[in-house]
Each structure stands twice: as C-alpha cells, then as structure tokens.
Design a protein around this ligand. Structure first.
Ligand code: SF4
Ligand code: SF4
Length: 348
C-alpha cells in the first residue's frame, strides 16, 4: 500500500511500470496471487458471554462504520480525499442455503460453496471444518458516489477517470476492510475467510458462462436478497447497479435479513416487459441486445482494451467500463415502476 499512499497527491510517472499496486491487484484478480497471508485463528479464545459472538447488527454496523470513516475510502489525485463509496447495504445468507448447490449447476462446479472455502481455512488452522449450518455469508453493496456516476454517464467510449479510480482503489479498499474484519474475527477465535483473496481464486473462461470466478460476489449478493440481475448482468439493488460488491464467510449463524425475489430479473425493466434497453444504447460495442442479452465475450474484449486507455490518460493500471451502469434508469435505484408499491404507469 506504500506506493499507492505516496501517489495519492499526484500522478505517477510511467504508470505501466510504476502502478505496482494496480498490477498486483490485476494479477490477484486473475490468478489469486500477491495477497497478504491469511490471519491465524486465535485458538486460545472461545467466544462466550464475556466475548459475545458478533450478531447481524454488529456486521452491519462494522461495515457501515468502515465505509463512513476508513481513511482508505478516498480517491487519489486529482480527486484526493473524495470518498469512493457511500453508505452500504448489508445482507446475509445461511451457509447451508440450497442456492449454493444451484450455483454449482448455474455457474459451474468450480464455484465454491461456503463450506468448501471454509474447509480450506479450517484445515490451514488445524481445526475441524464447521458444519455448513453453522456458517453464514456476509454480503455488502458499496454504492458509487454521485460525482463518479455523473462523470461516467457523460462518457461514450471509455470510463471516466473517477470510475477508473473507483474500479482500482475501490477493489483494494474492499479487500482491505474485509481483511480487517476477518482478522478481527479470527483474533476472537471465530473462523472467517474472504474467498477472493485466497490462492484458489482465479478467473477463467468456462464453456457455459464465459469468464467467471470461483466466488461470484454478484451471485452471493443475489442470494442475500440484495438485488437482481439486469440486462447488462450487473446487480440492480435499491441503491442501483453502479456499485462494487464484497462478501466473506463466517463461522457464525446469521439470520437472512432480506427477501430474495425468485425472479432473478425482477428489477430490470426490459425483463419485466417494459420499454428500456438503455443499457444497450449506452454500450459502445453493442454487447447488449434484446435477442442475446449480455455478450460477455464482446464486453470482455472492450473492457480489456481500456487498460491501455486508463494507463495513458489516468496513470492507473486498471481496466473498466461501466457505461451501461450509468445514465440508465437502474443506475441509482430499482426503476420506479418495479419498486414495491410502484405504479406500473410510473416513468422509469
Ligand atoms: S437499463 Fe433498463 S434494460 Fe438495462 S438493465 Fe437497467 S432496467 Fe434493465
Ligand atoms: S461494461 Fe461491457 S456491456 Fe457494459 S457498456 Fe461496457 S462494454 Fe458494453
């Protein structure tokens, strides 16, 4: 983090070579490398009445407080000190929810169940893996700021600078706060793990779903009732689809706090038979169509090309786009006609 901290108040030179944190982040995302070691379980502590087990309220408060007050929730030059994210949404899924078996079918057998990932963490710490019913997944949505959304909504080809910073710094920030929470729990004697910062995490092309990772924050957030999928495959939540997501697994029983719609497209106007497809109109490479929905491969090719653009113009080693998540009716909330109690005659 040192290099990043030093560069907060000015652009780095020769960013293709000097944005070390950006390069490490990209390789980590693709290959599960360069992450700090996992925190060790403090086996001397047994949570009891003196050290109560954190409950749902604790997780919501902890994540909300970190986003409100953490010094790393800050942009770099020329937006230094602007926050990256706003107040989050937090939801919970039980570790034995049958949806994780469905993910093995829908996404592929490579997608971890909470138990599979926790087994790895338990064995690393020389303890017996907990029963799936004693696990929960904590999922959170970090909405992107109005400034960033406005900037990206004006773009027609490449991501705005604030968007590119959010894409990179937001990911580093998300991993940082989850690591802090996981370390806190492990110190209290409670097994916890963030699957996307383990060596097992890597993105690959799969025959059924194209580019995919073994732990999808988006599918976890859907499972937690935090949102449903749009035409562009982003998760439309009550704070919209312009956000970053995070999730981690804990050896604590937490009660789901939101209702999960059965319809995975419940908050998308097009899928609900309304006129929209504004995301398709925003896409510079026509990767979204009414006939084929989201063409992941065409999208991937465009997003991959943005690495060069972001490097040259924003001095960041990051790729991104998000044009279809900004300047659209689902950008900052569930479109009005689809909100609970919404009138079908409401304008989106
Ligand atoms: S812009 Fe319209 S069609 Fe596209 S995901 Fe949002 S609601 Fe659905
Ligand atoms: S993220 Fe992909 S689908 Fe969306 S606008 Fe960019 S290239 Fe198109």
């Amino acid at each position: 983090m040192g290099n990043r901290t030093r560069m907060k108040e000015r652009y780095r030179r020769l960013s293709f070579l000097s944005d070390i944190e950006g390069m490490k982040n990209a390789i980590g995302e693709m290959r599960g490398m360069f992450f700090p070691g996992q925190p060790e379980l403090n086996s001397n502590v047994r949570p009891d009445a003196q050290i109560p087990v954190p409950d749902e309220e604790w997780f919501i408060r902890t994540i909300t407080d970190k986003i409100a007050g953490h010094p790393e929730n800050a942009m770099e030059y020329p937006f230094y000190n602007e926050p990256i994210f706003e107040k989050p949404l937090v939801g919970f899924v039980r570790g034995d929810d049958p949806i994780f078996d469905q993910f093995k079918e829908i996404i592929g057998p490579h997608h971890f169940t909470p138990w599979e990932i926790m087994k790895w963490q338990a064995e690393n710490n020389g303890v017996t893996p907990p029963d799936p019913k004693d696990l929960s997944v904590v999922s959170f949505v970090m909405p992107i700021t109005r400034n960033t959304k406005n900037d990206n909504a004006l773009q027609t080809d490449w991501p705005a600078e604030r968007w590119a910073q959010t894409r990179l710094l937001g990911e580093i920030f998300s991993q940082r706060i989850v690591r802090e929470i996981v370390a806190d729990l492990m110190e209290r004697g409670i097994l916890a793990i963030s699957p996307d910062v383990t060596p097992m995490f890597n993105k690959k092309r799969y025959p059924k779903v194209g580019w995919a990772s073994p732990w999808s924050h988006r599918h976890i957030a859907y499972a937690a009732g935090l949102g449903t999928f749009g035409m562009q495959d982003f998760l439309i939540t009550e704070k919209g689809c312009a956000h970053r997501l995070g999730s981690f697994v804990v050896n604590v029983q937490l009660a789901p706090n939101r209702t999960r719609p059965d319809d995975i497209h419940a908050y998308c106007l097009h899928y609900q038979g309304r006129k929209c497809l504004q995301c398709a109109m925003r896409c510079p490479v026509d990767a979204i169509t009414a006939e084929h929905a989201h063409d992941k491969e065409a999208c991937y090719q465009k997003v991959a090309r943005s690495l060069k653009y972001c490097n040259k113009n924003y001095h960041l080693f990051i790729y991104g786009c998000g044009l279809c998540a900004t300047g659209v009716p689902c950008e900052s909330g569930i479109p009005k006609p689809l909100q609970a109690g919404g009138d079908k005659n409401d304008k989106p």
